[in-house]
Write a protein that binds this ligand. Structure first.
Ligand code: PLP
Length: 385
């Protein structure tokens, strides 16, 4: 069986986690602080704060930029459900704009029609690792004085050229970027997330929000030589990452460049060998970015049935996934959403729906062998009508 994805974990992670377990300090502490420093350096950010998931990171990022009940946040429907749900956690309404086919990313030309007097922020996504058109999105946001939060859950190691050469996603180019360490992403800590920002005030807010809104961290209290009483001046959450997870993350970061190089090589082979295949359109990497290829998603032609192709590949021992789903079609019980023309969502969110219904994600993981990839390519060509 060829899986869709496989985390790359080894002895180094095992040994790092054991050292932390035996150290006696297992929750947020020195390893989290070290992971944050190394992560910030890795993406070129001034500050980084580790949290329990990217979903938690998105929630805190939106709170930090001031998203409140009744506000609207412009985002995409064509994303993992957590993107829209983070907006809802703030009591705000997600306003969905369509994506571009082939990059599966927010279409900046649709921002103007989605913007109202209630718009409080833009939450863009670097979908499946492909950087979105930040230059155009930021130009619009600056004109409207809107903060930009980047959902970079899948985009660690991806790069963008904003005019100064290639830089890693997470610098951040918007106000805050949020990453995930779920096993389906490029590096993993089991579960986990990270926020990066160049704004010291936001960074300080994250430190409080992730720890119940507590005025001093337990690490500071633990190390103090005089008695310190904590207080809880604001509503907070328990969004901490543990030191066990952080120690794994530190080892994973060392593997990042190699993982991304391997993923780009595999994607290049898919691009070369699937080019011109009837029945599919290949993903597009714009010249101003370099994807980490967290997922490689082809688009099936209108006449090709997604479920049939996936089943035929599964019968041949090859696991695939359909395209990223659309949040507006899920709408958790009673949760509001809107778009520029809600009465006509099907045309308004046409490419989002098309990308879900016709997308086909192929297996791609750094340990994938040449013969495994050859099998996938041959099988796909075989099962396409
Ligand atoms: C995976 C993912 C998330 C959620 O990440 P978690 O760490 O699992 O909370 C959010 N947004 C996007 C685009 C994702 O792919």
């Amino acid at each position: 069986m060829i899986p869709i994805a496989k985390p790359l974990l080894g002895r180094e992670e095992v040994e790092a986690a054991s050292r932390v377990i035996l150290s006696g300090w297992v929750t947020q502490g020195p390893m989290v602080a070290q992971f944050e420093r190394e992560f910030a350096a890795c993406v070129g950010a001034c500050h980084a704060k580790a949290v329990s998931s990217c979903t938690a990171a998105l929630h805190m990022a939106l709170l930090a930029v001031g998203v409140s009940p009744g506000d609207e946040v412009i985002t995409v429907s064509h994303s993992f459900i957590a993107t829209a749900n983070a907006v809802r956690y703030c009591g705000a309404v997600p306003v969905f704009v369509d994506v571009q086919p082939r990059t599966f990313n927010m279409d900046p030309l649709r921002l103007a029609e989605a913007c109202t007097s209630k718009t409080r922020a833009i939450l863009c996504v670097h979908q499946i690792g492909m950087p979105c058109d930040l230059k155009a999105i930021l130009a619009f946001a600056r004109e409207k004085s809107l903060p930009v939060v980047e959902d970079a859950a899948c985009a660690l190691g991806s790069e963008i050229d904003m005019g100064n050469g290639f830089e890693r996603i997470g610098k951040p180019h918007g106000d805050i970027a949020c990453f995930s360490f779920h096993p389906r992403k490029v590096i993993t800590t089991g579960d986990g997330g990270m926020l990066t920002t160049n704004n010291a005030a936001y960074d300080e807010q994250f430190a409080h929000l992730r720890q119940h809104g507590m005025s001093v961290s337990d690490q500071v209290r633990h190390g103090a030589s005089s008695v310190i009483f904590e207080s809880y001046p604001e509503l907070g959450y328990n969004y901490r990452l543990t030191d066990i997870q952080a120690s794994i993350g530190i080892e994973q970061l060392k593997r990042l460049s190699g993982i991304v190089a391997d993923r780009r090589k595999l994607a290049a082979k898919y691009n070369a060998e699937l080019a011109g295949t009837a029945g599919i359109t290949l993903p597009l990497e714009p010249s101003w970015c370099r994807s980490n290829w967290q997922s490689y998603c082809v688009t099936l032609d209108d006449g090709v049935d997604q479920r049939q192709v996936m089943q035929a590949l599964l019968d041949l021992g090859i696991s695939t996934r359909r395209g990223v789903m659309c949040a507006h079609r899920e709408a958790p019980a009673g949760q509001a959403w809107t778009c520029a023309r809600p009465e006509d969502a099907a045309s308004c969110l046409r490419w989002s729906e098309h990308s879900q219904d016709k997308g086909l994600i192929l297996p791609l993981y750094p340990q994938m062998t040449e013969s495994e990839q050859d099998q996938v390519i041959a099988a796909l060509k075989n099962v396409l009508p």
